[in-house]
Ligand binder design. Structure first.
Ligand code: NDP
Length: 290
């Protein structure tokens, strides 16, 4: 029994990553005489989304990056949304484009994303990005799983040869996390709502990553002693507090390392987004070099 699991501290890592990124942005600007720019397309009407966009704007300013917001009314048509994305895709001063999800019905995210230049897909949601990730050709990776992998790497957690389970198979978290673990040479099982006997799968795994959106879906009793646990869940409780998908109090007594919620994977995600903007900016500018 591990009584002293290492807490994988996302806030501390995010701070470290911000310091590194700020230096990288400065070096980029000195070399290219260009400020990296992120454009966000947001359809109004979602308070959580407003909060997220405010945080991104603030972080861009701290990192010395430019931020542009296209704020569309809640009743915007698909054609206007698609056109806004297309224009930003064609704008050479914009290096990364983020389509803020969720889009209200009846807007189609699948259709909108087809108007995004995949080379500016800083959220890793374009089918070309997803296809490249699935083929093990890591290009632009969704930020949440990229942050989970960064936590594993920075804490020196061995991945190659380990058995890993990912609970959840969404296009933005579960699937790319499974692909990234596979790329890092883990043996990966993907679990979802049809999985029989989740416990028997998890009990075999050295690394367990959970992105299901279900509070306390995974408890300590379901884990192999010494497992490393990455909890992506963000669940707002009736009292306004936030909990993950893993029951922290029981899991921390069994795991060898675990992300808390809040303060685990969440804080790392935004920095990974801005890191992707710098990557896309570099990719675009280096093409113009003689
Ligand atoms: P989705 O709702 O898109 O996907 C949830 C997945 O969990 C589905 O694949 C679903 O299976 C699976 N699932 C649901 N219930 C169970 C169950 N009882 N047993 C096993 N699998 C189950 O969610 P997201 O991937 O978008 O998000 C997951 C969580 O991560 C949420 O809490 C979200 O808030 C959080 N999140 C965190 C971020 C961060 O920065 N840390 C960023 C984005 C999301 P099936 O496919 O069969 O339906």
């Amino acid at each position: 029994m591990y009584m002293t699991a290492t807490i994988l501290d996302g806030r501390a890592l995010a701070e470290e990553l911000r310091t590194e990124l700020r230096a990288d942005v400065d070096a980029f600007m000195a070399h290219y005489q260009t400020v990296p720019q992120l454009a966000v397309v947001q359809v109004q009407g979602d308070a959580a989304s407003d909060r997220y966009v405010r945080n991104i704007r603030k972080l861009c300013s701290t990192m010395g990056m430019q931020f542009h917001l296209t704020h569309l009314p809640p009743d915007v048509t698909q054609a206007i949304l698609d056109n806004a994305i297309q224009q930003l895709s064609n704008d050479a001063a914009v290096h990364g484009v983020l389509i803020q999800m969720p889009l209200p019905a009846p807007l189609s995210a699948e259709q909108a994303v087809m108007h995004l230049d995949y080379r500016k897909d800083v959220d890793g949601i374009h089918p070309i990005s997803a296809g490249l990730i699935a083929q093990g050709r890591l290009a632009l990776v969704p930020n949440t799983p990229a942050g989970g992998m960064e936590l594993l790497r920075r804490y020196g957690i061995p991945i190659a040869g380990k058995r890993a389970a990912v609970v959840g198979r969404s296009a933005v978290v579960g699937r790319p996390m499974a692909a990234l673990l596979l790329h890092a040479n883990a043996t990966v099982t993907i679990c979802h709502s049809h999985t029989h006997d989740l416990t028997s799968v998890l009990r075999e795994c050295d690394i367990v990553a959970v992105a299901a959106g279900r509070p306390a879906l995974v408890t300590g009793a379901m884990l192999r002693p010494g497992a490393v646990v990455i909890d992506f869940g963000i669940n707002v409780q009736p009292d306004g507090s936030i909990v993950g998908d893993v029951e922290f109090t029981s899991a921390v007594a069994v795991a060898s390392a675990i992300t808390p919620v809040p303060g685990g994977t969440g804080p790392v995600t935004n920095v990974m987004l801005l890191r992707s903007v710098l990557t896309t900016a570099r990719n675009q500018l280096s093409l113009q070099e003689p």
